[in-house]
Write a protein that binds this ligand. Structure first.
Ligand SMILES: [Cu+2]
Length: 660
């Protein structure tokens, strides 16, 4: 996305925003900052922030939690990428989470965090996030801030329009950015047979109300466009899901030019309730597909990966009433539904207006068959004028995404003219505009895509930060900007750097998350097969070349801490149980020269590091997380003997050596 230079952007912004940019040269605070801003973002030492913002890391593959209004980074939650900091994807327990039908994939491109919803409101239970590259949806448990589940999606390439929740999290839905032949089709076809052989697939993933467990319920096979983003209806439009599509030209090369030919692309409206009924009536086609389903169990503290082999599909051209297309200027990116569920806002990134569609008018147009032709001879295109409620005129250049506040206003990012535009949802009039630095993609208002926005702040995520921060060589940080939106005019309060690309964020009042926090895992409930509940149970067991070390960690020693009888060529599994039963006492574990990562073990948890000793000698290990005044004493030694030596397994702590 880093295609624009701010030098090119600023003239456009100045043209559009007029005097709004005066005085905000790169490197300065910005026109709207004033002394009062500091007070508004100051969270006194020892005090909590008001809001959590969960921001995707883009190409980092992770999610980060920030406190707002301070912009303080609270935690990086590892999701799709290995994280040596805490052993995610390195420990034996978490490796299966990164399994896919392509094998172990230790990275992804995470774009859209989506909070679970109850009655259209953020409920603070789970956060879903897409893996864009190797299509996956992850579910993060917001009581532990751990990734509990990752489900791969078959039949798609580029899981970008994902994951978006229906009003009660009945489903999380994902759609393809790169259409491709279905997995079970003979995919070895000429690329220029795109129109004939390529397909889009919309995945509906059922979410269990109690546990959050995900299951791929069905996939709708749709025309091979590029599907960009989505949002579910709410209130009156509860049964519908809306997707933007570009490349309706169905180009397969030089999309930059070839996918921008038509004046209008589409918003695709899917009646998901009807699709659900058709599936219940047995109308789905069972289709072979291979996709991994990875689940982390909080009692065993370990993950399992199961390879699924079937999905159910519905070809939407065969079921009238399921899918309609609304024409939308031009190459639409975001599609957002107003809190009352009536207005559908689509932002054509190459368009000069923001079209706002009416759900009521859409139903009317369907009723009266106000069509403007069909796609594939079966899917009605509704007349633009028939479904349009109105257009926001001259909003700026490159409208991308819209969220809503609690006072009837909408806020849209302008990528090209680098600004945020505030407009009134009922009369579509522009109220205010403020520059953003630079090239803002998504924005996030607490509850801003829900039925009940909390409002107060908008966090804008910028792709380019040239001149905004101390330089760090060729690679500069990307950043978020916090605006106060409680008054009539937006006020820039704060810039803060982010991890990776801050693609999108969802924000939620802190109390909805704080009240559910797990402080430690109960040792008594730990059913990890390698857990030991006391130091007395610790042991070292050899079985051929495999050695299992059952170890405990407790302030301030690891037990056992002297281990002999390990041989070059062994496969050693060190299972460390943290015996602590208190909040904020993790222990770490690391071995000199191990071609792995460290472990970070939460209280009550058992985690395993696999180690292949490759040379003889004495190898120290130690706790990596500063846990007490005697943390530096929390260490031990392995003795590694040559392969074939007859040094027996021996392990001890203190004065009582034990021999196997
Ligand atoms: Cu420690």
């Amino acid at each position: 996305m880093k295609i624009l230079n701010y030098k090119l952007i600023l003239p456009a912004a100045a043209f559009l925003a007029g005097s709004a940019l005066t005085g905000c040269k790169p490197g300065q605070g910005g026109a709207n900052t004033d002394a009062d801003a500091a007070k508004k973002v100051y969270v006194a030492p020892g005090k909590y922030d008001e809001v959590y913002t969960f921001m995707s890391g883009g190409f980092s593959g992770q999610v980060a939690a920030y406190g707002i209004p301070s912009g303080r980074l609270l935690k990086v939650i590892p999701v799709f990428s290995q994280n040596p900091e805490n052993g995610w994807g390195y420990s034996e327990e978490t490796k299966p989470m990164l399994n896919t039908s392509h094998g172990f994939v230790a990275w992804d491109d995470s774009h859209h965090p989506e909070l679970s919803k109850t009655n259209g409101e953020d409920d603070g239970r789970w956060l879903f996030i897409n893996g864009n590259n190797t299509p996956r949806i992850a579910r993060i448990n917001l009581s532990t801030f751990k990734t509990d589940e990752i489900l791969e999606l078959p039949n798609i390439g580029g899981n970008h329009a994902s994951p978006f929740c229906t009003e009660n999290t009945e489903y999380v839905v994902g759609n393809t950015r790169f259409s491709e032949p279905l997995d079970n089709a003979a995919g070895d076809v000429p690329i220029d047979s795109y129109k004939k052989n390529f397909k889009g697939a919309v995945s509906f993933v059922k979410v269990d109300k109690e546990s959050g467990a995900m299951k791929l319920a069905f996939q709708l096979i749709v025309p091979p466009f590029n599907y960009d983003l989505a949002h579910a209806g709410k209130g009156p439009s509860h049964d519908w899901m809306f997707f933007t599509c570009y490349n309706t030209e169905q180009a397969h090369t030089l999309l930059e030019v070839n996918a921008s030919q038509r004046d209008k692309d589409f918003v695709m409206a899917i009646n998901w309730k009807k699709a659900e009924e058709l599936i219940a009536q047995g109308k789905g086609t069972k289709t072979p597909a291979k996709y991994a389903h990875n689940v982390y169990n909080e009692k065993t503290h370990s993950a399992t990966s199961v390879m699924e082999n079937e999905t159910q599909t519905l070809d939407v051209t065969k079921f009238p009433g399921l899918v309609y297309y609304m024409p939308c200027p031009k190459s639409p990116h975001g599609v957002d539904v107003s809190p009352d569920g009536e207005s559908i806002v689509a932002s054509g990134k190459l368009a000069a207006v923001i079209p706002v569609f009416s759900y009521k008018k859409m139903l009317d147009a369907i009723d009266k068959k106000q069509y403007d032709g069909t796609i594939d001879g079966a899917l009605p295109v509704l007349k633009y004028e028939a479904v349009l409620r109105g257009e926001v005129k001259k909003p700026g250049l490159g409208p991308l995404h819209t969220e809503f506040d609690d006072k009837g206003f909408a806020y849209t990012t302008m990528f090209v003219s680098s600004e945020v535009v505030k407009w009134k949802v009922d009369n579509l009039e522009i109220i205010d505009r403020s520059p953003a630095f630079y090239s803002p993609g998504h924005l996030s208002i607490p509850g801003g895509d829900s039925k009940k926005p909390y409002g107060k702040y908008v966090i804008v995520m910028d792709k380019i930060t040239k001149d905004r921060y101390l330089p760090t060589g060729p690679e500069l940080c990307q950043a978020a900007q916090l605006f106060d939106i409680s008054g009539n005019k937006m006020k820039l309060l704060l810039d803060f750097p982010t991890i990776g690309e801050p693609h999108y964020a969802q924000s939620i009042p802190a109390e909805k998350i704080v009240k559910n926090q797990v402080k430690f895992f109960k040792l008594a409930e730990n059913t990890n097969p390698y857990a030991v509940k006391s130091e007395k149970e610790t042991k070292v067991v050899r079985n051929g070349k495999r050695v299992d070390v059952y170890m405990t960690a407790m302030r301030s020693h690891l037990a056992p801490d002297n281990i002999e009888g390990i041989k070059v060529g062994d496969e050693v599994y060190i299972h460390v149980t943290n015996l602590e039963q208190d909040w904020d006492v993790p222990h770490g574990f690391a071995i000199k020269g191990a071609n792995n990562a460290e472990l970070l073990i939460m209280p009550g948890e058992t985690t395993t590091l696999k180690w292949n000793p490759y040379q003889q000698g004495i190898v120290p290990f130690y706790c990596t997380d500063f846990c007490s005044a005697l943390h530096q004493e929390m260490q031990g030694y392995f003795r590694v003997s040559p392969a074939g030596s007859n040094v027996p397994i021996k392990f001890s702590i203190g004065v009582n050596p034990v021999t196997q």
